[in-house]
Design a protein around this ligand. Sequence first.
Ligand SMILES: Cc1cc2ncn([C@H]3O[C@H](COP(=O)(O)O)[C@@H](O)[C@H]3O)c2cc1C
Length: 199
Amino acid sequence: MVIALFRHGLTEENKRKAYLGWNDSPLCPESKRIGTRKRYDHYFSSDLQRCKTTVKLLFPNNDLTVLQELREMNFGEWEGKTYDDLKEDKLYQKWLSDPLFSSPPGGESFQTFTKRVDTGWKFISQHIISGNHNSGAIVTHGGVIRYLLSKFAPEQRDFWSWQTSHNQGYELRFDCEGLRRGERCISLLEVPLMANENG
Ligand SMILES: Cc1cc2ncn([C@H]3O[C@H](COP(=O)(O)O)[C@@H](O)[C@H]3O)c2cc1C
């Protein structure tokens, strides 16, 4: 069984390097030209528009389940702000030095974020297993992908060491029992996206 992870296309706020969690931002024109020939049995997307637009671009006309649990971490008062905007803020400095154990004001802690993503993952894995599907693809956010790779990639690496590009996804291959038991996957494959000739 394969579960693929794709990050949404580049947005205007990503370009500005602003914190973008539960706020949204339109995809840049260049990210609308991305495509893939890969196809999966079922598709899942974060409910934020940048992911819903991307899933339609990559996998048009397919069965889609939209899940709020697949959202990026909520950055609260820091949404839309950049490092330069925040660098003098004491709470921000504390979060940067210890992001797993402090949280943005009005936002989510890392623990709340990961618990929510775990709920989404459980739903997705049960959906794939009970539907006898061989594969599923998830279109979500950078932080969600990093967390899922730190938890399910064959090789144990921490959250920060994973790269999440807008131009490349990952396929995680599980055996059915391993997926059911929440174990790490058997193999991990990088899946480059390509420029869509129709774009
Ligand atoms: C713990 C944590 C620390 C982060 N630091 C930056 N981002 C990242 O989160 C967002 C990536 O989301 P998108 O894929 O929608 O562009 C970026 O705004 C970037 O700030 C983080 C995310 C998490 C979970």
